[in-house]
Ligand binder design. Structure first.
Ligand SMILES: Cc1cc2nc3c(=O)[nH]c(=O)nc-3n(C[C@H](O)[C@H](O)[C@H](O)COP(=O)(O)O)c2cc1C
Length: 224
């Protein structure tokens, strides 16, 4: 069974003293780690890009994403590109840069998952724009590592990350995608916690065929 939880089986008598020191040091860092996760790396690409300018008659779609280490941005870009290939005019933007969305027929919200939840800018966006969002079509996708093993149990767990949002908005479709973990793109506290406590290995587990298929089906739904 795959879980995104503390691996106590990795702790032996020998490593216990070192672990206690680490826990002590982490407790000193706790106030920092409880702050909303900042974007740590200057080299994280935050694409702002338009696709399908040749489709002025097609549906106008906004893909708004929230990322910390960049993998969700790349997924958002792939989804935007695919929607445009199927006839839409698409803008892909970091959610923090969105000042309004009048003129769009649909919005696709995409978030990385951190500590069992979507990133706070997604939740804030929904809270702030709830009444406007109720007037257009909204789809959502998340990118997370629990789906590196794509079985029923893990899909249910991944879907549960979205439960708080689903009480706010009726999504026309939900995409649950495996993500990417690259320790070099994390803050030192996050890298330490993920490496030593959670135990999730590095890797790019994104399934581009699954992502493109989801976008293609979404495009069909939006055209109806
Ligand atoms: C500190 C931290 C916490 C994470 N928490 C979870 C989690 O609770 N569940 C999960 O499935 N993946 C979790 N992940 C994995 C990320 O969701 C995954 O690496 C994703 O691709 C990151 O997206 P980004 O590159 O756009 O930031 C976590 C990653 C980090 C670094």
């Amino acid at each position: 069974m795959t879980t995104f939880s503390l691996r106590t089986d990795k702790i032996s008598q020998k490593t216990r003293p070192a672990l206690l020191i680490c826990v002590f040091l982490l407790s000193l860092a706790a106030p920092v780690s409880l702050l909303p996760a900042p974007c740590h790396c200057a080299d994280i690409e935050l694409p702002e890009i338009s696709y399908g300018k040749e489709n002025p008659a097609g549906p106008k779609i906004l893909v708004a994403y929230a990322t910390r280490a960049g993998s969700t941005a790349e997924v958002a870009r792939a989804i935007g590109k695919k929607l445009a290939e199927d006839g839409a005019a698409v803008d892909v933007k970091p959610i923090k840069k969105i000042r309004g969305f009048s003129g769009y027929q649909a919005i696709v919200l995409g978030s990385a998952i951190r500590r069992g939840a979507v990133l706070p800018e997604i939740t804030n966006f929904i809270e702030t724009n709830k009444s406007e969002l109720e007037k257009i079509t909204v789809a959502c996708f998340i990118v997370c590592m629990i789906l590196r093993e794509n079985n029923q149990e893990n899909r249910e767990k991944a879907a549960s990350y979205l439960a708080p949002l689903r009480t706010e908005i009726a999504f026309v479709d939900i995409g649950l995608f495996a993500g990417k973990l690259d320790y070099s793109k994390l803050s030192s506290v996050d890298a330490f916690v993920v490496k030593n406590f959670i135990g999730t290995p590095e890797g790019d587990m994104r399934d581009w065929r699954e992502i493109n298929d989801w976008a293609r089906n979404l495009g069909k739904k939006l055209r109806k």
